[in-house]
Design a protein around this ligand. Structure first.
Ligand SMILES: Cc1cc2nc3c(=O)[nH]c(=O)nc-3n(C[C@H](O)[C@H](O)[C@H](O)COP(=O)(O)O)c2cc1C
Length: 213
């Protein structure tokens, strides 16, 4: 093989390596399907918590729909979202725990951005079903967005903002037949350290989602 062919081969191998590494850093989501779902009153009638999950993966389209329902952008001209937030601070970041790693949901670009390549589902909560369910969402409030608000009010706003998102997820799951439970029982200190969260980033709630076993 000629020297120039060797160089070409090396270039192709490097290019493939770099682009596959970049692919893992970002997971582009399909556009959310906004025309699906059961009527609201039927959805409310079946909203409930489940604590028994099959480990079947959740399809990417369902994940995209679920995250949009949770806290996607529904008014792109203003950047406003499917859940309200105090003073439109939009303080909640959704950390997405899947077997492939941990990602944050970037609503504007409709994509997941890598935080950790490790499967950290076992750290998303202290209950047994958490580590084997295909999806856990952890709601982290970035209180640096809340300006000079008192510490007490910050915690109230963070709790309320995460609560609205969690209810959106409950409703999407009820509509699509997924099991789901919202959870406060998390080892917050350990998880904050693992995710390298800043002191102003507070873990508020989490939610486990999957097909019902
Ligand atoms: C703020 C909050 C925290 C909760 N934390 C947990 C939890 O850590 N683990 C859990 O299994 N369920 C948790 N739940 C779920 C409740 O136990 C559940 O909503 C309640 O039993 C009523 O059941 P339902 O959701 O089916 O109506 C929590 C609910 C809320 C609102």
């Amino acid at each position: 093989m000629k020297y120039s062919n060797h160089l070409l081969l090396l270039f192709i191998l490097c290019f493939n390596y770099i682009s596959s590494a970049q692919q893992n850093k970002i997971i582009q989501l399909p556009l959310p399907q906004k025309e699906i779902g059961k009527p609201l009153m039927m959805v409310l009638n079946s909203r409930q918590s489940t604590r028994s999950f099959a480990n079947t993966p959740i399809p990417k389209q369902e994940l995209a729909n679920l995250l949009w329902a949770a806290f996607g952008i529904n008014r792109s001209d203003e950047g406003k979202r499917t859940a309200p937030s105090a003073k439109n601070w939009q303080d909640i970041d959704i950390y997405v725990f899947i077997p492939e790693g941990v990602y944050t949901y970037n609503a504007k670009d409709n994509r997941l951005e890598l935080v950790s390549t490790f499967d950290l589902r076992s750290m998303a909560g202290v209950q047994d079903f958490v580590k084997s369910a295909p999806l856990n969402l952890v709601y982290v409030s970035d209180q640096s967005k809340m300006g000079k608000t008192s510490t007490e009010d910050k915690m109230i706003y963070s709790g309320a903002d995460a609560g609205f998102i969690a209810q959106n997820v409950y409703l999407y799951c009820a509509s699509q037949g997924f099991g789901v439970v919202v959870r406060a029982m998390i080892d917050k200190k350990a998880l904050s350290e693992k995710l390298h969260l800043k002191p102003e980033q507070k873990i508020i709630l989490s939610q486990t989602i999957g097909y019902i076993k």
